[in-house]
Design a binder for this molecule. Sequence first.
Ligand code: G3P
Length: 194
Amino acid sequence: MWQWAWVLLGYLLGSVSSAVIVCRLWGLPDPRTTGSRNPGATNVLRVGNKQAAAVTLLGDVLKGLIPVLLARWAGADQTVVAATGLAAFLGHLYPVFFGFQGGKGVATALGVLTGLHWGVGLLLAATWLAVARVSRISSLSALTAAALSPFYVYWLVGDVRTVAVVTVMAGLLFWRHRENIRRLLRGEEDRIRT
Ligand code: G3P
């Protein structure tokens, strides 16, 4: 029963918005009110700089990775480990510390999935980079990686409940990208400028 404390820890850690904190520290505009209004690394790069974006990315990955690894190392069963990852992801989308106005979950999902199996994280990062290299569109890269994530998890983790949880995460990620998807369909999505 105590194992479910990992789920609570996951949600609380996921609720810490790296983008908002980094932008405050760097003296940058609030990412929730400028650019795409998304508190994520892509928007911090857009309204700020590469260094701030890299720290945001790292923070968002770690808050997904750490609770999942801790739950695994503590010997929690696979369902609790997967639920801990989902909770961290939901914390990023609906953060209790930031009025439940969160981000789209890409970096946190990467952290969660890397915690579930490092090979899945590697495949997702490679997918994101390959699509970004060709398209230079962050959202398209994330959507492609998210669509493939249940297959990667099925292949490397194999546990059906974990695949179900990851499929829910991918569905939520698509839902949070609905404005990006509309822009992609209109050919108006912003490209990564470095
Ligand atoms: O990580 C979020 C990314 O997929 C899209 O971000 O700011 O372009 O909406 P943004």
